[in-house]
Write a protein that binds this ligand. Sequence first.
Ligand code: ADP
Length: 261
Amino acid sequence: DEAALRQGQKMEAVGQLTGGMAHDFNNILQIVQANLDLIKEDMVGNEVTLSRLQSASAAAERGARLTQQLLAFSRRQPLAPRPTNVGRLVHDLSGLLRHALGERITLEVAVPAEAWNATIDPGQLENAILNLAINARDAMPEGGTVRVEVSNATLDRRYASLHSEVSPGSYVLIDVIDTGTGMPAEVVARAFDPFFTTKQEGKGTGLGLSMVYGFVRQSNGHIRIDSAIGQGTSVKLYLPRTLDPVVDAASEATSPAGGTA
Ligand code: ADP
């Protein structure tokens, strides 16, 4: 599929370009940050200078966040996929989501009682959902509702014939729905492009959705955006469903009696 290929090439190029630079930048920012902290200690009692230092610290921190995102993007950590109960993962993430969304936003989490598993890297799925929630928050400056829904979905032959990367079958669907600004068609069309952002200088990196896209594609999944201006956005992640059981990490780590590592 032409578009998917182009997307892959773009991500490859960005990854190579930024890997080394982001690393050096991160080190530089650490030094800036450490010195600002020292100066703050020297300036105790000097409110004007302290507030200026605070602004400088905040800027350095934004820079550090950006470079960390660039690093994560370029490092392309190899995925460590394993059968994962997606509903449980979302349920366990809800505390963190609530925290990230802040007080003006209502969080609803709808998770099935059934255990639907997908073979994915759980840490990367958490990152992906967090990224989507933060985009949802940013689209609702006056507050609103974010709903994260996990369900079972079938993508049929007809759907697959319209989306060349999709194989027909059973998927676990994670739908992140907001009541925010919505996205014009031209924003939806470019949303997965690395560095595409409509956010204010310093607020967005344009890497969130391209990272989510990379994760979903590497997991043989499918992602789509449905959005209506003034009503909100739904970002759907379809991850191929597996019947393989979840391996309990705790029992895996404990070696059997007499066993040696
Ligand atoms: P960033 O969040 O850093 O801008 P992303 O790749 O995550 O980068 O998103 C790209 C753009 O897509 C955003 O700048 C925004 O315009 C749009 N977008 C993403 N999610 C939403 C959403 N839930 N509602 C409205 N617009 C969105």
